[in-house]
Design a protein around this ligand. Structure first.
Ligand code: PLP
Length: 441
């Protein structure tokens, strides 16, 4: 191993050195080519080195890159807020608060929910409910809401919240039920939790429309989110959708929740907002939530130095316009169905694939020793890491999604290539994946 002062995820591992990216491929400094089968961390949704985005970057940089939000507003930031509102396409307008990462977006959502009740004169509603098998970010507030045991473990004394209900994980139902006879028992858990804690203490409930990092693309049963939204409304609790992974085309719709026609009170966005071209994220706040704030203190008590900087805003705007012009959300749906079907074919020859799930280009594979009994592999095998490593050696990048004790009770990966992937490139992805899994079996 070479001496390095850079703190990488695993300090005892060597990583290839990135040289450049083009389309759905990344190249290291030895010239080795990798098919970006996970868009990095489900981020690079429009692929690498898109000329229109580079042009927007240079254009904005040639005017001004940074202006502080308490001193200036900017055209790109104003236009980006308009564009995001247009994309939500709700009955009411959604206002944008810009931040730099998904963690900041969910943490800001948490704070705004609490502030909303305070502005209405209610200082008791401070708790945020969430689910196990969830990931809302790594900063302390975001981690508090996250049901990801491995990432929480070291910091438990600092965490303000504890997830209170199960995830809709139908492959291994945490409530030992099956759909549809369960009658959405996992959604009704929210009502039970609210009754135990007391709605008067609860500001909001947060959920990822399709669970990503902690569950490998868990899709809830039909009717689940309608039920959740109904419970939140009946008990006077805000509903926060964490669309950091699912938002902006990834699942074949503009937002993950659009699959169920439910509009949340607050939306957290990140990742695909700039498709990796710059760090930017956002908390979108409905008029209903903004109203008492506008008429009250008239200020949201949060913010970061780089919030709403014109450079990142211009880049994000260019990415969203590119997605629209190229009809990439529709493409994600089409090619996602093709990929799903191809994965089903792979499963005929690869016995360790236990479940294939997800929507659009957010797909998950869960691995088992025995498909009938769903017996997971032993944790000490670290199969997910093996698969991800072997795939990378073979020139395919995958995203590890197993979450140890709380999450998938074994091993899983997310497959989430850029929306621009063609059928031929999808076939190539499938070929490398199949080769890799057969080598491992
Ligand atoms: N929320 C969800 C659903 C995520 O998937 C992630 C990251 O994986 C986050 C929040 C945190 O985002 P970031 O890593 O940009 O802080």
């Amino acid at each position: 191993m070479q001496r390095s002062l850079l703190i990488k995820p695993m300090l005892n591992e060597d990583y290839p050195t990135i040289s450049y990216g083009k389309g759905i491929y990344l190249y290291d400094d030895t010239g080795k080519k990798y098919l970006d089968g996970s868009s990095g961390a489900v981020t690079a949704s429009i692929g690498h080195q898109v000329p229109e985005i580079i042009e927007a970057m240079v254009n904005q940089a040639s005017k001004v890159s940074f202006a502080y939000r308490s001193q200036f507003t900017s055209k790109p930031a104003e236009q980006l807020a308009e564009k995001l509102n247009e994309l939500v396409n709700g009955e009411e307008d959604y206002f944008s608060f810009f931040v730099n990462s998904g963690s900041e977006a969910t943490e800001t959502a948490m704070k705004i929910a609490i502030q909303y009740w305070q502005e209405k004169g209610d200082y008791r509603k401070q708790k945020i409910l969430s689910r196990w098998m969830s990931y809302h970010g790594i900063t302390i507030g975001a981690l508090s809401m996250s049901g990801h045991v491995k990432r929480r473990e070291r910091f438990v004394p600092l965490l303000a919240e504890y997830p209170s209900i199960s995830a809709p994980y139908c492959y291994r139902c945490p409530l030992s039920q099956t759909t549809p006879s369960c009658q959405l028992a996992c959604a009704f858990e929210l009502e039970t939790a609210i009754n135990r804690i007391g709605a008067e203490h609860i500001a909001a409930f947060i959920a990822e429309p399709i669970v990503g990092a902690s569950g490998a693309a868990l899709v809830p049963p039909e009717g689940y989110y309608e039920k959740i939204a109904d419970i939140c409304e009946r008990y006077n609790i805000l509903f926060i959708a964490d669309e950091v992974m699912t938002g902006l085309g990834r699942t074949g719709k503009r937002f993950g929740l659009d699959h169920w026609n439910v509009k949340p009170d607050i939306i957290a966005l990140g990742k695909g907002m700039s498709a990796g071209y710059t760090p930017i994220a956002a908390t979108l706040v409905s008029e209903k939530v903004m109203e008492p704030i506008i008429n009250g203190s008239a200020s949201i008590m949060s913010g970061h130095t780089y919030s709403a900087n014109p450079q990142s805003a211009a880049i994000s705007l260019a990415v969203l316009e590119y997605i629209e012009k190229q009809r990439l959300t529709e493409k994600a749906e089409e090619i996602g169905s093709y990929l799903f079907h191809k994965l089903q074919e792979v499963a005929k020859d690869v016995a360790i694939i236990g479940d294939i799930r997800g929507k659009g280009l957010l797909l998950g594979l869960e691995f088992v020793q025995d498909r009938k009994t769903k017996q997971p592999f032993e944790a000490k095998l670290a199969l997910t890491d093996l698969i991800v490593k072997k795939a990378r050696e073979n020139g395919l990048l995958l995203y590890p999604a197993a979450a140890g004790k709380d999450g998938v009770q074994g091993d899983a990966v997310i497959i989430a290539p850029p929306f621009i992937i063609t059928k031929e490139e999808t076939d190539q992805l499938i070929r490398i994946l199949k080769e890799t899994l057969i080598e491992i079996e």
